[in-house]
Design a binder for this molecule. Structure first.
Ligand code: SF4
Ligand code: SF4
Length: 67
């Protein structure tokens, strides 16, 4: 499981991450990218959004489940 963090100070709301994500994780809300469907994220094997964001606003980190 991974965690996605969008740095709002860098994000321009361009929508490129929403466009490139194959499973529709992102929505653009109030001019910023929001990962609304993290459950669908393909995780470490993908990272398309991280590499595609021209503002380097997206960080993907490991998330360890509590259970
Ligand atoms: S690609 Fe980057 S700058 Fe563009 S909406 Fe997504 S996070 Fe924001
Ligand atoms: S890592 Fe891939 S599946 Fe996950 S949010 Fe980014 S583009 Fe979508």
């Amino acid at each position: 499981m991974v965690k996605i963090r969008v740095d709002e100070s860098k994000c321009t709301g361009c929508g490129d991450c929403k466009f490139i994500c194959p499973v529709g994780v992102y929505e653009i809300e109030k001019g910023k990218a929001v990962p609304v469907d993290m459950e669908s994220c393909c995780g470490k094997t993908c990272r398309l959004c991280v590499e595609y964001c021209w503002k380097e606003a997206i960080q993907q980190t490991e998330r360890h489940n509590a259970s």
